[in-house]
Design a protein around this ligand. Structure first.
Ligand code: UDP
Ligand code: MG
Length: 318
């Protein structure tokens, strides 16, 4: 039997929300009156998430579990879900019910109108800190200004993609994945559906500051090399400035009585330039590190077990 819809849900320590998420998703998917599967990807949770999903799997044949051997990260969990999804349309949704499952029905409607990618656009974000909202807003606009790929602002990974888009994404082997950017990069007919981002149903965010920074860097380095050009721009500006300053100093020395004084100004200039050089080295390091990751060519993820598939697969992700 061919499956029409696959709903991919990444899970990291979500024991408090999983049952409710399962119920809401099931209610929504049954309203479609078409075949569906729920692909839960457990991203190395250290709580009871995997037991709970395992139990649900044995009761409901619509469920699939893909269990990672450790925490590989949200974007990789989504990618694995896409690898395992069998549906004609694949829907990616967070486990915490911040993205209302009911919106999926709207996405499916748009898909049936002929769109290949239907992404959710957050109109309002409820129950998130001012810092998170402000940093997200800043990040999406910064990213947009830096890249030529048209990545829509204020959209997350909550979206529906057609089978053919999913197949394109499966063929992209990059390790530091920024999935929402890759979807935009792939092109096809895209459409947005607006929604209000709710508060987390329970538990707390699994994106601490460190992960957010890494995620942002992945987004920028995957889709822009503008930061690398920083060195030449700053270098040029500084050369011009120091040349002008040199002329002023020479003029003072040769034609006036002022003596050029001060070791503190030398120190300040030194610190400034060294700071800039180190910063640029850091930017280069971010890119070189990612090139290093690619060259090692390790698998994207490792599966320890799967449940709910016709033939269980203990495979390593490509
Ligand atoms: N998640 C994951 N691996 C991680 C971090 C998060 O699979 O390392 C999942 C998490 O379980 C949730 C989704 O990614 O389903 C989004 O995470 P969260 O809601 O904590 O992020 P936020 O909404 O706060 O940005
Ligand atoms: Mg969330």
């Amino acid at each position: 039997m061919t499956i029409k819809y696959s709903v991919v849900v990444p899970l990291f320590n979500e024991e408090e929300v999983i049952n409710e998420t399962y119920k809401r998703l099931t209610t929504v998917m049954q309203q479609t009156r078409e075949s569906y599967e729920l692909v839960f990807v457990n991203d190395g949770s250290r709580d009871r998430t995997v037991e709970i999903v395992g139990d649900l799997c044995s009761k409901d044949e619509h469920l699939r579990l893909v269990n990672f051997s450790r925490n590989f990260g949200h974007q990789i969990a989504i990618s694995a879900g896409m690898d395992y999804a069998q549906g004609q349309a694949i829907i990616v949704i967070d486990a915490d019910l911040q993205d209302p499952p009911e919106v999926i029905l709207e996405m499916i409607w748009e898909w049936k109108q002929g769109y290949d990618v239907v992404y959710g656009k957050r109109l309002v974000r409820k129950g998130e800190t001012i810092f998170k909202k402000a940093s997200a807003k800043f990040f999406y606009r910064l990213l947009r200004s830096m890249t030529s790929v048209d990545i829509p602002v204020d959209t997350g990974d909550f979206r529906l993609i057609d089978r053919k888009v999913c197949d394109v994404l499966k063929g992209l082997k990059e390790k530091n994945r920024f999935v929402r950017g890759l979807v935009s990069w792939a092109g096809f007919r895209q459409k947005s559906v607006e929604y209000v981002r709710e508060e987390r149903f329970a538990g707390e965010t699994k994106y601490p500051f460190k992960k957010m920074v890494r995620f942002a860097l992945d987004g920028i380095t995957s889709f822009s090399y503008k930061p690398l050009k920083l060195a030449s721009y700053i270098g040029m500006a500084l050369s011009v400035a120091s040349f002008v300053y040199l002329i002023i100093v020479l003029y003072q020395k040769l034609f006036t009585n002022t003596t050029v004084t001060g070791w503190s100004s030398i120190l300040a200039a030194n610190l400034l330039f060294n700071g800039i050089i180190l910063m640029i080295l850091g930017v280069m390091g971010e890119y070189i590190g990612r090139v290093y990751d690619e060259s090692k060519d390790r698998p994207l993820y490792i599966i320890s077990e799967t449940k709910g598939f016709a033939n269980e697969r203990y495979m390593v992700g490509s």
